[in-house]
Unconditional design. Structure first.
Length: 267
């Protein structure tokens, strides 16, 4: 039994044995950007990591180290935001995962919680599959959360309840609901988020103030520790079940390796 699913917590022999048992790795993708007065700048990275570890426990995988930074120029007008260029971000993701492919990792789940990372991760995933032979599934975990809990959390809002719950599941000490103040107009934020998330038309926005002049909008005050636990469990189970099935299907049509069939049944 591994003491942790985090790659950096394990010894070389533990990692080598795990790759022989089930060569599945998970790459968390988040960002460092402002999330109002009540959530940490590392909200997206915390969410990606806590979900990745919970999925790794269910699928018998390892969570790779990843930079907490993402591609987030839209938030640069506000202090607390640090952004990488798309090319830098893409290269870090590729080289991190390719290193594990060199050592025997064969299946890769990219667990993303930040929308600004999506284009770079798509290119990285393609390269890791075609150039390094990995079977890759990219999971937009923030959209999974919105699909499952948007109806009871007023959608996926920047700094809203869904994100507060994700941080609460990882680091409850970093959630400051008593500091909630100056949320931007919800109807305005929802309108612009809906516009930029359509499949057919994707406008490029100068910065987050187009969506939320204060930098955030939502209703995080309803977040509780009990709900955070339930939300994490439900999201994790959904992702683990679907990801395992997709990997099996990819294995069947692409040849792949027998190790995919060893993915543990979700409990």
């Amino acid at each position: 039994m591994l003491p942790s699913r985090y790659f950096c917590d394990l010894t070389q022999p533990e990692i080598a044995k795990q790759f022989q048992t089930n060569p599945l790795v998970i790459y968390p993708a988040g960002s460092v950007e402002q999330h109002g007065p009540h959530l940490p700048t590392g909200t997206d990275s915390l969410a990606a990591n806590v979900i990745s570890h919970a999925v790794a426990e269910r699928l018998d995988g390892l969570v790779l180290p990843s930079v907490p930074l993402g591609v987030t120029p839209m938030h640069m007008p506000f202090e607390g935001t640090i952004t990488l260029t798309p090319d830098t971000y893409m290269r870090v993701a590729i080289e991190t995962c390719a290193s594990t492919a060199h050592h025997g990792a064969k299946q890769l789940l990219i667990m993303n919680w930040h929308e600004g990372n999506i284009p770079s991760l798509a290119i990285a995933a393609e390269a890791l599959h075609r150039e390094h032979g990995m079977t890759v599934v990219t999971i937009q975990a923030c959209y999974v959360a919105a699909d499952l809990f948007g109806h009871e959390c007023n959608g996926l809002t920047h700094g809203g309840e869904i994100e507060a719950l994700a941080v609460m599941a990882a680091r409850p000490d970093l959630v400051h609901l008593d500091r909630i103040d100056y949320s931007s107009d919800h109807s305005h934020g929802t309108k612009w988020d809906k516009l930029r998330r359509t499949r057919s038309y994707q406008p490029v926005l100068t910065d987050i103030r187009t969506i939320a002049p204060t930098g955030w909008y939502g209703s995080p005050q309803h977040a509780t520790a009990e709900k955070a636990e339930r939300v994490l469990s439900t999201i994790t189970e959904s992702i683990a079940t679907e990801a395992a099935e997709i990997l099996r299907q990819l294995n069947a049509v692409q040849g792949g390796t027998a190790e995919v069939s060893r993915l543990r049944k979700v409990v």
